[in-house]
Design a binder for this molecule. Structure first.
Ligand code: LYS
Length: 254
């Protein structure tokens, strides 16, 4: 019993402290663990062959190649990523997190790796502006900046939350939602990919945001290694190439 208890305490301490690693420790191990979601096309998602892919996967791979280590990708539910990051489950997270004051209290953000905004999506003839959303049912992914924005809109009848962003799209198509608030590139891609040009429409941009990678609070050495590698990729043309491939445009912040 006593042994079991000791083992448990060791395990708990291990989980609590052991794994937040400095850049030096990561470099020595030769492998960096990257947390992402895998359900946010075209940024990070599993393709038809069940391979993790997307803009952020290409960018993450290019970053760690620049840093001279190997990536180990770990996909987890979006609303658990920053908590697991601080517990040392991953070394950094690249999962389209908008920089918000609240998140910045819990983790440290790199320089932004793209700029974007939250947009209203509805069926043709449906709500297009923040005002139109009064009295409407709006779907958003839980724990996102879209949820925060939707909850602040005056007069909205109900903000319905979903574990994954594509689940909200499903409900919009099924007529259970009046509108979906998501990333503008995600919305564009979903409409194109699923050939929904005749069914859905894009409305107003509700807010803009800077999106960045995150490291555990206080992990300064890893933060500066990532910032340096990102700056290098932005300078040497790699970033532009990856961005063109996924969006047909350069999505860096200007
Ligand atoms: N950019 C949004 C946010 O910061 C969405 C993140 C990804 C959601 N799958 O909350």
């Amino acid at each position: 019993m006593r042994k079991l208890l000791l083992a448990f305490v060791a395990l708990a301490l291990g989980l609590a402290f052991a794994q937040v690693r400095t850049w030096d420790q990561i470099k020595r191990s030769g492998e960096v663990r990257i947390g992402t979601e895998g359900a946010f096309p075209p940024f990070n998602y599993f393709d038809e062959k069940n391979q993790l892919t997307g803009f952020e996967i290409d960018l993450g791979n290019a970053l760690v190649a620049k840093l001279g280590v190997k990536p180990r990708w770990i996909a987890q539910a979006f609303d658990t990523l920053l908590i697991q990051l601080n517990q040392g489950r991953f070394d950094f997270v690249i999962a389209s997190h908008g920089i918000t004051p609240e998140r910045a209290k819990a983790v440290d953000f790199t320089n932004p790796h793209y700029c974007t905004g939250g947009i209203i999506v509805s069926r043709k003839g449906g709500p297009k502006t923040a005002q139109d959303l009064a009295g409407k049912v709006v779907g958003v992914q839980v724990g996102t900046t879209y949820m925060e924005a939707a909850q602040k809109l005056p007069g909205v009848k109900e903000v319905r939350t979903y574990q994954k962003d594509p689940d909200a799209l499903q409900d919009l198509l099924a007529g259970r939602l009046d509108a979906w608030v998501t990333d503008r590139f995600v919305a564009k891609e979903a409409i194109k990919e699923r050939k929904l040009e005749g069914t859905l429409q894009l409305g107003e941009l509700l807010f803009q945001e800077k999106v960045a990678m995150a490291v555990a609070k206080g992990n300064k050495t890893l933060l500066s290694a990532l910032n340096q590698a990102l700056a290098d990729l932005m300078k040497d043309g790699t970033y532009a190439k990856i961005s063109q491939k996924w969006f047909g445009e350069d999505v860096r912040c200007r």
